[in-house]
Write a protein that binds this ligand. Structure first.
Ligand code: GLU
Length: 449
């Protein structure tokens, strides 16, 4: 038997993914990648009223942007026949039973149990209905919905994040798996998929802890083996407010538009709320190697956009050329690897590279030379002949220093200003060979080039 893990990220396409969803997606995808397993992207789209194709496409874009392309894509809306079969099986085994109570009737039942000091769970009244009573209710126009009859037993699982967890399903209401209109609830569809797709690890937000006991029972009723579960803490806004896909909080699409680096988003989404240090990473494999479910905190963690912005900058300073080559081309930036290595340490956002490319490529307007004009003319004369390599700047300065008698700021600053039109920027040593002799000479003479 293969021991390769199978994990899935199962968003409902009912809104834009936010950084909290990214956290879940990344834990699953990167763990699968690290362990040589399979990562499935599954659209939990059985809620047809709220799911849209546009949101599904946005999710695909966001997942690709994060750099975690799925090995396999599934849509629950394509799998209705599988859920029909599971429902038939559960009905045949007496685990699904029809119920007819309205929401008001259920509420009355809960109040009455509370008054009697009992837990306000479903009293299983529908299990006591005779055939005749059922026929009468249906004759009144009531359509049944279907509940799963829990065993009422003590279940335990070793949670990857939370450690030993226990639940007594006798304290839970029998969950509804099929609505009166025949549509299926997530609890059923998710379990059927996890079994049939061979999911070995379910890593998700801790808002799902309370579903786990019920899901283990349904998995076993369908003849499956429960996967390993891990429930990570949730990310919140800096205010502590929970993230909402519906309200568009901290959406990946918005962060991308603001120029945040996907790798920075990934590093912060994975490392925030753990005992690990938040640090820039130069690729996702490095981040994958850091993942340790036991180091995830139990308390919710704040996601700070200001921290993300700083991490984007720090991330850019490390990125290898191959990672950014395509995006630089999209920004119209040339100069290859030498240009990237020259400027990456000066970027706040990748898009800033376009500014420095403009400086290299020209033309730039010559700033006034003032009292440095004679020195700059001398500097132009002493430019070494081409071809130029990485050492040309040092050779040039070594000639210029004794000739001009200048040193320090008096030497460097007028050169930088004339060559780049800017007070500060990437190292001239790296920029000069990229600018080239012809443009450098013209700029030093105060001509636009
Ligand atoms: N569609 C569910 C959600 O987005 C998936 C939960 C799960 O991973 O089981 O919350």
């Amino acid at each position: 038997m293969s021991t390769r893990p199978v994990l899935r990220f199962a968003p409902s396409p009912t809104g834009l993914l936010h950084v909290g969803n990214a956290r879940t997606a990344l834990y699953n995808a990167l763990y699968a990648r690290r362990e040589g397993g399979t990562f499935i992207l599954r659209y939990d789209d059985t809620d047809t009223a709220r799911s849209t194709q546009a949101f599904a496409e946005a999710i695909a874009r966001d997942v690709a942007w994060l750099g975690i392309p799925p090995d396999r894509v599934e849509r629950q809306s394509d799998r209705l026949a599988r859920y029909d079969a599971a429902v038939e099986r559960l009905k045949a085994e007496g685990r699904l039973y029809p119920a007819y109570e309205t929401e008001e009737e259920l509420e009355t039942g809960r109040l009455s149990r509370r008054r009697r000091g009992l837990p306000p769970i479903y009293d299983r009244g529908a299990l006591d209905l005779s055939d005749a009573e059922r026929a009468r209710l249906e004759g009144e126009g009531r359509r049944p919905y279907w509940r799963f009859r829990l065993d009422g037993r003590k279940l335990a699982w070793a949670d990857l994040v939370r450690g030993e967890q226990a639940v007594d399903t006798a304290t839970l209401s029998d969950p509804v798996l099929v609505r009166a209109d025949g549509s299926y609830l997530y609890t059923l569809t998710s379990v059927v998929d996890d079994i049939e797709m061979g999911v070995t690890h379910v890593v998700r937000g801790e808002d799902h802890v309370t579903n786990t006991g019920v899901q283990i029972e349904i998995i076993e009723a369908l003849g499956g083996t429960p996967p390993v579960f891990g429930h990570h803490n949730l990310l919140t806004l800096p205010s502590g407010e929970g993230l909402s896909k519906r309200l568009g909080h901290l959406s990946l699409a918005a962060l991308r538009k603001e120029g945040e680096e996907a790798l920075a988003v990934a590093a912060l989404a994975v490392l925030t709320g753990t005992s690990l240090a938040v640090e820039p990473v130069s690729d996702l494999d490095t981040l994958a190697a850091r993942i340790d479910f036991a180091k995830i905190s139990r308390a919710p963690a704040r996601f700070d956009p200001a921290e993300l912005s700083a991490l984007t900058t720090a991330t850019l300073h490390h990125l290898p050329f191959a990672t950014v080559e395509e995006r630089l081309a999209q920004h119209g930036v040339g100069g290859g690897e030498p240009f990237w290595l020259a400027v990456r340490g000066n970027l706040g956002r990748l898009g800033d590279a376009a500014h420095w490319w403009k400086v290299v490529e020209g033309p730039i307007a010559p700033p006034p030379q003032g009292e440095d004009a004679a020195f700059l003319a001398q500097a132009a004369e002493r430019l070494p002949p081409e071809p130029w390599d990485g050492e040309v700047y040092t050779a040039w300065l070594n000639a210029l220093k004794p000739a001009s008698g200048r040193k320090g700021r008096a030497l460097f600053h007028p050169l930088r200003l004339a060559l780049t039109g800017a007070e500060s920027g990437p190292e001239l040593k790296a920029l000069l060979p990229l600018i080239g002799r012809e443009k450098a000479e013209a700029r030093l003479k105060g001509e636009p080039a």
